[in-house]
Design a protein around this ligand. Structure first.
Ligand SMILES: Cc1cc2nc3c(=O)[nH]c(=O)nc-3n(C[C@H](O)[C@H](O)[C@H](O)COP(=O)(O)OP(=O)(O)OC[C@H]3O[C@@H](n4cnc5c(N)ncnc54)[C@H](O)[C@@H]3O)c2cc1C
Length: 456
């Protein structure tokens, strides 16, 4: 987590140096002290910080600056740093203007220059303001921020990747969150740029690939060495267990995983049949324990890499990555698990990740969803469905009311599972097709990707 920022804005080099020096001397351990020499420059700095998700705790601005007064700058700064505290440095002659600014722009305090000695005149004021800011922002973290459309499969993939790799993030829906609009404007993002991913201390990622995202987050996406004793493709329970055994025997070992360590098991809400855990454990707990064990023995985990081929090269085998990149190893283990069969009903593929899901994460909690599963698929996705979520399986009456006619679009089959109160399900039914629901025809504009489900 990066430190909150204190921004000092002054065009006079001497005053700027003095205020920055005093702020650094007292607050540098808990805050980043950033300096700007004009109002426009300060606004640029604030826009950059907002895009990186870095909180601004305090702006200290001189009132008399040539291009833009301190008050004019602070007024505009609200867009970029909505919760920041404002302190204006003024001359005696500007006192009336400063008092007016308390009402007009929510100025928190004004201080007459010079502020010496700072221990008596400056620091007590700033301590108070920072105390208030911290109280209003108790758990302010500079998490990753994702801005996108609820019904975008790319947004869904990115959220899944972050959640499964234990990267905390904040999600902003462009249709529903004002903050999403603000961040989108700040980044000058076009529709093609969505989803935006704002990484603390990093660049703004525009509709990034998983590999780009992993790289920006500092996850390991390349191997440290060109040749290993053992390379394991797949970081599910089988691959992680193989890595523990190989590395514990002193073999140099690397795992290549395209999504997240833990594999399918990482998505399970409760695994009760794992040896050594009589009370059971969650899939993410199992994955985290396994990664810790793997790392303890010195094995590496390379993430966000899709293995697309193997080559025999004399005594070694090469593992080829999608795009570019490879690793050589003396022995290969393919622990790639299974890919679940997907429903073959017409139209569902295009809606996958945009209203049709084969497993969810907590970030989808408030999303109204028609969910589908193949007969025989594990019950996990249902049992871990977050309590706030709703799973839809429309009735034919509902479809008639909302769409005007009721062609037999789909019948939702929800095979096995412990049914939750927020789950409607139909027994002895099969999915025939799915289609996006045209918004004007849908009562309450439920979802672009809602599936019509007439009675069987
Ligand atoms: C929701 C859910 C709940 C479950 N609950 C239980 C339970 O309670 N008890 C139980 O016994 N079993 C349970 N299972 C089944 C169990 O998780 C699987 O049997 C187990 O995960 C299989 O382990 P694996 O390592 O062989 O394969 P997987 O877990 O499938 O792991 C394979 C890994 O390989 C990666 N991979 C595949 N291809 C490539 C490639 N080309 N390049 C790079 N990486 C690749 C995948 O991304 C994946 O991470 C559950 C499964 C699910 C989905």
């Amino acid at each position: 987590m990066s430190k909150p920022t204190i921004l000092a804005v002054d065009d006079d080099p001497n005053v700027s140096a003095a205020i920055t020096r005093d702020l650094r001397g007292r607050y540098a351990t808990g805050y980043r002290i950033v300096r700007a020499t004009s109002g426009p420059e300060a606004l640029e700095v604030l826009a950059r910080l907002a895009l990186r998700g870095q909180p601004v705790a305090l702006i200290v601005a001189d009132q008399r600056m040539p291009q833009m007064t301190g008050i004019e700058m602070l007024e505009q700064a609200r867009t970029h740093a909505p919760g920041a505290k404002y302190l204006l440095l003024t001359a005696y002659a500007d006192t009336d203007v400063a008092i007016k600014a308390i009402n007009d722009i929510g100025l928190d305090y004004y201080l007459l220059k010079p502020w010496d000695p700072p221990e008596e005149r400056l620091f007590p004021v700033i301590d108070d303001l920072l105390g208030d800011w911290r109280q209003a922002n108790p758990d302010h973290t500079s998490d990753v921020q994702v801005v996108g459309h609820r019904w975008s499969d790319r947004s869904h993939d990115i959220k899944m990747f972050l959640a499964r790799n234990y990267v905390p993030y904040r999600w902003y829906d462009v249709e529903r969150d004002a903050e999403a609009q603000r961040l989108r404007d700040l980044a000058h993002a076009t529709p093609a740029d969505l989803p935006l991913v704002l990484v603390p201390d990093g660049d703004t990622l525009r509709s990034p690939s998983t590999l780009e995202l992993a790289g920006a987050l500092g996850l390991r996406t390349t191997a440290r060495q060109p040749l290993y004793d053992v390379c394991i493709v797949g970081g599910g329970p089988a691959g992680l267990a193989a890595a523990v055994y190989a590395a514990s025997e002193g073999l140099s070992t690397v795992i290549v995983e395209r999504e997240a360590p833990g594999g399918q098991a990482g998505q399970s809400a409760a695994i009760e049949n794992y040896l050594g855990f009589p009370k059971g454990l969650t899939g993410s707990d199992l994955a985290q324990r396994a990664i810790a064990q793997v790392s303890r023995f010195g094995a590496e985990v390379v993430l966000a890499r899709d293995v697309v081929g193997f080559e025999a090269r004399g005594p070694v085998r090469a593992v080829l990555f999608a795009g570019s990149g490879q690793i050589e190893a003396r022995a290969l283990i393919a622990a790639t698990g299974v890919s679940y069969r997907r429903l073959e009903a017409a139209g569902l593929d295009e809606l996958t990740g945009r209203g049709v899901y084969y497993g969810v994460n907590a970030s989808d909690a408030s999303t109204p969803i028609c969910a589908a599963t193949s007969p025989g698929a594990p019950s996990g996705p249902w049992t871990r469905w977050p309590p706030g979520g709703r799973i839809w399986s429309c009735t034919s009456a509902g479809c008639r009311r909302s769409a005007g006619s009721s062609p037999p679009w789909c019948h939702a089959v929800l095979g096995r599972g412990r049914f939750l109160p927020n789950l409607r399900h139909r027994r002895r039914a099969g999915v025939l097709a799915g289609r996006a629901c045209p918004p004007p025809g849908c009562a309450r504009r439920i979802a672009d990707a809602r599936i019509h489900s007439p009675a069987v």
